[in-house]
Design a binder for this molecule. Structure first.
Ligand code: NAG
Ligand code: NAG
Ligand code: NAG
Length: 320
């Protein structure tokens, strides 16, 4: 999907970026994100509300993560699903701007949902660029080359029951929330992981050794394998987190007087699916996971040593 010229242009842009430092990279992010402050169209779910950010170059909608989202909605009745609307592009808009837009859009969906549904239980999910979106919403954006963004206030900790990440380019090899086999950093490693703390126990990040984006590896096939391998594991984990959250919120609201968010107006009565709620399939995106990643790898190459990165980039070009 990317021509050689495009890729080389991206690499060149990466070089320019290196020379001119972070400020030039994402100047469009704030203006573009202000144009999209979507609010959640979902009514309050009787079950869990899933907010899903697709990966780069996946068609609008849930992307491959939709398989996991669908399995969760089958397992927890009364659940709803909403897709984050954002470009999910590599170079137009740039990955950096697209990712920032996704972060703003996912944050707006979360906040508007919780404003309506104070007791609402929410799961954030993302694949690839969408995983970076979800993790940056929670942890703030601290990766090199990206505009910084705030981490998520702990005020949402009674609402968020799980954060599910697959193939996150901001992966850290030694994070406590890791799942899968990777022990290496991704191509855009998070630099302030302590900001994730309020949600660290609720986050799980699947990444396998060799993934060229989340593991800085050299195997282009790995990034597309998570939904074959981990769908059931992720689904079961989300269900267990949801059940744990329900039992802890019922015990804490019965024990104490002060739990402000509980039992405020009108939540909990809703029926299932609201406007944007989608069921899932992820079928049409089966092939594009690898392309997306090519551009990301080349951009990443600007960060960590061009020799190394261009070596990786050359490999990617051959694959394309
Ligand atoms: C998960 O969803 C997929 C796609 O709809 C389906 O084929 C599979 O059977 C589901 N798995 C479970 C455990 O429900
Ligand atoms: C993880 O590794 C980074 C360096 O890559 C280090 O600064 C940090 O202390 C490590 N964190 C843990 C929890 O081991
Ligand atoms: C890929 O990475 C593995 C482990 O990191 C290494 O052993 C192997 O030599 C690499 N292969 C290539 C073709 O670079």
């Amino acid at each position: 999907m990317w021509s050689t010229t495009t890729l080389l242009t991206a690499a060149a842009a990466g070089l320019a970026t290196l020379a001119t430092a972070q400020t030039t990279v994402t100047s469009a992010a704030s203006s573009s994100s202000s144009s999209s402050s979507p609010s959640s169209t979902a009514s309050c779910a009787a079950g869990v509300h899933l907010i899903v950010a697709r990966g780069s170059a996946e068609d609008p909608g849930l992307g491959r993560t939709g398989v996991v989202a669908g399995n969760v909605t089958e397992a927890i009745s009364g659940s709803t699903v909403e897709a984050v609307e954002y470009p999910a592009t590599i170079d137009d808009p740039t990955y950096f701007d697209s990712e920032a837009e996704g972060n703003a859009a996912m944050g707006a969906l979360l906040k508007s949902y919780v404003d309506k549904c104070a007791d609402g239980k929410v799961v954030l999910m993302g694949y690839s660029q969408g995983a970076q979106v979800a993790s940056d919403l929670v942890c703030g954006t601290s990766e090199a080359l990206f505009d910084g963004s705030d981490d998520l206030s702990a005020d949402y900790s009674s609402n968020i029951v799980a954060v599910v990440l697959f193939g996150n380019p901001a992966h850290l090899g030694n994070a406590s929330w890791n799942a899968g086999t990777s022990t290496e950093d991704g191509i855009f490693p998070r630099t302030e992981p302590s900001l994730c703390d309020p949600y660290a126990d609720k986050m799980r990040s699947w990444c396998d050794t060799g993934d060229i984006y989340c593991d800085s590896g050299n195997d282009t096939s790995v990034h597309g394998t998570y939904f074959d391998k981990y769908t059931d594991e992720a689904t079961e984990w989300v269900v267990s987190m949801y059940e744990a959250a329900l039992s802890s919120s019922s015990s804490s609201s019965s024990a104490a007087t002060g739990t402000a968010a509980s039992d405020t107006g009108g939540s909990g009565t809703a029926t299932g699916t609201a406007g944007e709620s989608t069921t899932t399939d992820g079928s049409s995106e089966a092939e594009d996971g690898d392309d997306d990643s090519a551009g990301v790898a080349l951009m990443a190459s600007s960060v960590w040593g061009l020799a190394l990165a261009l070596g990786a980039g050359a490999g990617v070009l051959l694959v394309l």
